[in-house]
Design a protein around this ligand. Structure first.
Ligand SMILES: [Mn+2]
Length: 492
């Protein structure tokens, strides 16, 4: 157990470059994109006020391996401010460990985070297990970090690392572990079981003074890091919601962790910072209700909530397609006008699921919802309907063929809730969207933007998206499944 006395600011999963929904900010940028920037800036400023000698970003700085340069500049500015000279003349040390989101798709590519390593005081570990050892006083390193070892496990190393080699150094004044991934013994592990390379539980249980994890957007300790009644290993959680999936984890606040080590004693204090209001309204069960009753219930749900600037989700279960087309969606949208974004997900009843047009594999169930959300995040509004139609078709045939279809168990476990980041169905949805991207590229008259994790790009596209929003969104909400557009007409 360590002998050093020092503090750490631990954060992760800032997902700069995540842009969702058509809503624009006053300056004309995607509002959610700006929300991510604001959240990271708030964390950075609060950490500066706390003034720890060591700051850890445990991965997923950005949403994608390639983000707009303006987001890189935000990261550069904030990491520079974090790695500033402190009142005592030493330089705050910043350690960044790459997550899965910024990992280049090709081994030939270099992680963009390496650009940050030229900032004095910033160390980036992107693709190998590295142990950083601090020497107090050398290169402005704060004296209280003397002899501290920081063991860094970026996301990609989890696939190949021999965890028996990841051990605390008994000669260090403290051993800090940083890793980005699914930790054995965590709630995330239970959700993602068998679908990701996990962070080994035995390794987590070793004699770490503190373990700083990233990947799970929910803040909290990990049971495999609990020793002598003390939680030594923590997820800091994301400073903002990155999708409706994160709402499941909305109980705790959002921000970062203040960590205080005094020899063997450890104190972890979560800091909550302001975020955009995002919530789901109570689920409506449409079974046995008329279209008027459902419409009325949707309006009543909206009236009961504070919608101002919020991202709001509404799930309606057990509807039939015929019934859904009768919903007075424009009056519902009018009632939701104060929200930044109002998203309706219709779930069709069991009978329709079975005879649905999506292939012999049966209904898409939760996959349809996840596909909806994924398309909302990745696809410009102007082509969202076409993408959804093609994706549904493709997904249906994939499931009918039984390839990588999630087990019944997992969809039951999810009980209709969207799943955690990177878990169960995401790879399937991702591959379907990739397939669709090819189709759209082939068929569309105008070049299709990259679909995968790519928001509407360029101001022009965004503007076009914004003007068509209502139609497309209304169509989506109205569950238009039998569109008259043929493949040949598409994109015209
Ligand atoms: Mn991640």
């Amino acid at each position: 157990m360590g002998t050093a006395n020092f503090t750490i600011g631990h954060f992760s999963d800032t997902h700069l470059g995540y842009e969702a929904y058509p809503g624009l900010s006053a300056s004309g940028n995607n509002q959610r994109g700006e929300d991510m920037v604001r959240a990271m800036r708030n964390v950075a400023e609060d950490i500066r006020a706390f003034d720890p000698p060591l700051v850890i970003h445990a991965g997923d700085v950005t949403e994608r391996p390639k983000v707009d340069i303006r987001y890189m500049l935000v990261a550069q500015q904030l990491f520079t401010r974090l790695a500033e000279i402190r009142p005592d003349g030493s330089r705050r040390q910043v350690v960044i460990v790459a997550g899965n989101h910024e990992q280049p798709r090709s081994r030939k590519e270099v992680c963009w985070l390496e650009l940050m390593s030229s900032i004095p005081g910033v160390t980036v570990v992107a693709n190998s297990y590295q142990v950083l050892r601090f020497i107090g006083g050398q290169n402005d390193v704060p004296a209280e970090l003397d002899g501290v070892a920081v063991h860094c496990l970026p996301h990609d190393t989890l696939k190949e690392i021999d965890f028996t080699t990841v051990v605390p150094d008994p000669s260090a004044s403290a051993n800090i572990l940083v890793a980005h991934g699914v930790a054995m013994g965590s709630e995330l592990f239970t959700r993602a079981i068998g679908r990701e390379y996990p962070i080994d539980g035995d390794m987590l249980a070793r004699d770490w003074d503190y373990g700083a994890l990233g990947h799970f957007h929910k803040r909290g300790p990990v049971s495999s890091g609990r020793r002598q009644g003390m939680d030594r290993v923590w997820y800091s959680g994301s400073p903002e919601h990155v999708s409706f999936r994160d709402l499941k984890d909305n109980n705790a606040g959002k921000g970062y962790l203040r960590v205080k080590l005094q020899g063997p004693a450890l104190e972890v204090t979560p800091v909550d910072l302001p975020i955009r209001s995002m919530f789901r309204l109570p689920v409506i069960d449409a079974t046995g209700k008329s279209a008027e009753q459902i419409t009325e219930q949707m309006r009543a749900n909206l009236a009961s909530a504070n919608l101002t600037g919020a991202v709001v989700g509404q799930i309606v279960e057990g509807v039939t397609r015929d019934m859904w087309s009768l919903i007075d969606i424009s009056s519902v949208r009018k009632a939701a006008k104060d929200a930044l974004h109002y998203e309706v997900s219709a779930r069709y009843g069991q009978a329709e699921k079975i005879q649905g047009e999506v292939g012999q594999g049966g209904g898409l169930g939760d996959l349809a919802l996840i596909l909806d959300e994924q398309i909302a995040v990745t696809t410009p509004v102007v082509i969202a309907e076409d993408v959804k139609r093609l994706a549904t078709k493709l997904l249906g045939s994939v499931m009918a063929a039984g390839i990588e279809a999630p087990s019944d168990e997992s969809s039951t476990e999810a009980s209709g809730e969207p799943v955690a980041e990177d878990s169960a169905q995401e790879p399937l949805i991702d591959s379907v969207l990739e397939g669709v991207a090819e189709l759209v590229t082939d068929e569309a008259a105008e070049p299709a933007p990259a679909l995968k994790r790519a928001p509407a790009k360029k101001a022009a596209t965004k503007k076009a998206g914004a003007t068509k929003t209502k139609t497309a969104a209304a169509k989506k909400a109205a569950g238009t499944t039998t569109t008259k557009t043929t493949d040949e007409e598409m994109g015209a």
